[in-house]
Design a protein around this ligand. Structure first.
Ligand code: CUA
Length: 371
């Protein structure tokens, strides 16, 4: 059918094509146009939508970001070389065990030939190992250079992360945005790189920042600044952990990196820059928040709450989790948290504020409006 259509002239084609085929092809064409239109719309919608795929792989073998890919490649080389060594050593050992095994009572009386200074063997077990070590040192040094001194694009985004017991302070200095525990970064593209440089500091003890699919582990050391970068190739929510034992709730010092398409990332920044509206309905909650000295530890933009000891709560309700990933950010969990944070996160540094029922409910309602 195809052949006939292509060979014949336009008139021939119209003459030769039976009516029912023409109609069929018309429907098909319309369908494919509809399909393309739907796909385009979907792609456009996706360009600014948030992807809620959870990326929870906690090993280095499924990298989804440029530096993680570099680490992955070097790890494959090291594993291949080590596997080669294992096969050679294991093979020789097996050969020696079988070839020189005891062959009966006569063996017990005879000593094997005593060999001293076999130059060939000595060279065989010194020169190749030295070469292997040299290769590994050179490759590793190059990789460390690529990761620690990267040539990032000039317009790379910047995030400053400060580790606290047991949560993450997250700052976007270029935009004057402060948040906590959930780090939004833009999606990169292999044809047009979009990188995010991350500066890591600590407010108290040593913490470790590790999201294996994005980059290797980096320490947050008091009075010191470490830097790392991410360049993710897929949108979604990447999970990571604090990797240095920093106290009672170290295991619940969880990380969420939310990779958004660039447009959605900009939209998120704009939402974060805005001060929460002056909702009269929650005025009482706001008053209670200040009166119960919550504001001594927490900041809420546009209010007198200016504390820096705990997480900034300006857009608390826009976050997916509370307590640095310990629980979903919903009404029931927030109520439990306000009643006594030590229930969800025993050992965390927020004390039980012993709020009365009315105070608690008004603060709860207020916090839930901080979108
Ligand atoms: Cu912070 Cu472990």
């Amino acid at each position: 059918m195809e052949m006939n259509w292509n060979c014949g002239s336009r008139h021939e084609h119209e003459r030769q094509t039976p009516v029912r085929f023409r109609r069929f092809s018309l429907i098909q064409r319309n369908r494919s146009i509809l399909g393309v239109a739907a796909l385009t719309l979907l792609t456009l919608a996706n360009a600014s939508a948030q992807d809620s795929t959870i990326r929870a792989v906690q090993n280095i073998f499924d990298p989804l970001s440029a530096p993680a890919e570099i680490v992955y490649r070097v790890s494959l080389l090291v594993l291949a070389i080590c596997a080669g060594i294992f096969l050679v050593v294991g093979g020789l050992l097996t050969y020696a065990i079988i070839r020189y095994r005891r062959k009966g009572a006569a063996d017990d009386r005879e000593e094997p030939p005593q060999v001293y200074g076999a130059a060939a063997i000595e060279l065989a077990w010194t020169v190749p190992p030295i070469l292997i070590v040299v290769v590994l040192v050179l490759v590793t040094a190059r990789t460390i250079g690529e990761i620690q001194k990267p040539k990032l694009p000039n317009d790379a985004e910047q995030v400053r992360i400060i580790g606290h017991r047991f949560w993450w302070e997250v700052r976007y200095p270029k935009y004057d945005v402060v948040t906590a525990n959930e780090i939004h970064v833009p999606l990169s593209d292999r044809s047009k790189r979009i990188a995010t440089e991350i500066v890591l500091e600590s407010a108290d003890v040593i913490h470790g920042f590790w999201v294996p699919q994005l980059n290797g582990k980096t320490m947050l050391v008091p009075n010191y600044r470490n830097t790392m970068w991410v360049e993710p190739y897929k949108t979604g929510i990447y999970l990571g952990n604090c990797t240095v034992l920093c106290g009672a709730q170290h295991a619940n010092m969880l990380i969420r990196v939310i990779v958004d398409p660039p447009k959605r990332f900009q939209q998120w920044l704009n939402e974060q820059k805005a001060t929460p509206g002056n909702d009269q309905a929650v005025e009482e909650g706001k008053r209670q928040f200040i009166a119960n000295s919550c504001g001594a530890c927490h900041e809420i933009g546009g209010t007198n709450a200016k504390g820096v000891f705990g997480p900034n709560l300006t857009h608390f309700a826009s976050r997916q989790t509370l307590g640095s990933g310990v629980a979903e950010n919903n009404e029931a969990n927030l109520r439990s948290w306000l009643q006594d944070p030590q229930v969800l996160k025993p050992g965390c540094l927020m004390p039980n504020m012993k709020l009365g029922d009315k105070q608690l409910e008004s603060i709860l309602t207020y916090l839930r409006t901080l979108k």
